[in-house]
Design a protein around this ligand. Structure first.
Ligand code: HEM
Length: 125
């Protein structure tokens, strides 16, 4: 059961990661004007999904093993980078919803940075 939960969370987390990077790139090339707000709302939801599914990984481990994942050094730093990316990405997206100002390049870079950090989190934990 624990592995099934990890797999389902990972599926949502991976699709969320792909979507964040793809929407950022698509917005950068194609989205201007009135469409900005809708796309920014989508990005805010995707960043929130990453935070939720990321937290669910740790919650499942805690529920079954009674402790959080045992990670150190580079893995902790990679996780912190991902959390900073999520916070900045979400704040930027909400700001864009309110102001209708595009921010696609920054969101794309934050998504790419988090994706890169995911590789370090995976192999140094
Ligand atoms: C609050 C923020 C986040 C947390 C707490 C979090 C947490 C995690 C955890 C615990 C894993 C499993 C690591 C392992 O298999 O050892 C993971 C995997 C992954 N995360 Fe995140 N994550 C967050 C944000 C993000 C973001 C913003 C992205 C990309 C845009 C991302 C992309 C990925 C990918 C692609 C994997 C799979 C790595 C692999 O197994 O090869 N994560 N994340």
């Amino acid at each position: 059961m624990q592995n099934l939960l990890y797999a389902l969370i990972q599926a949502a987390h991976n699709f969320g990661a792909v979507a964040i990077v793809a929407v950022g790139a698509y917005g950068f090339w194609c989205v201007r004007g009135r469409a900005v707000r809708g796309m920014a709302l989508l990005l805010a939801a995707l960043w929130a999904l990453q935070a939720l599914t990321g937290a669910l990984f740790g919650s499942v481990t805690y529920f079954y093993d009674r402790h959080l994942p045992d990670i150190h050094g580079i893995a902790v730093n990679a996780l912190l980078i991902k959390i900073v990316c999520v916070v900045l990405g979400f704040v930027l997206a909400v700001y864009a919803v309110k102001t209708n100002r595009p921010f696609w390049g920054s969101s794309f870079l934050l998504g790419a940075t988090a994706l890169g950090s995911a590789a370090f989190l995976r192999w140094f934990s």
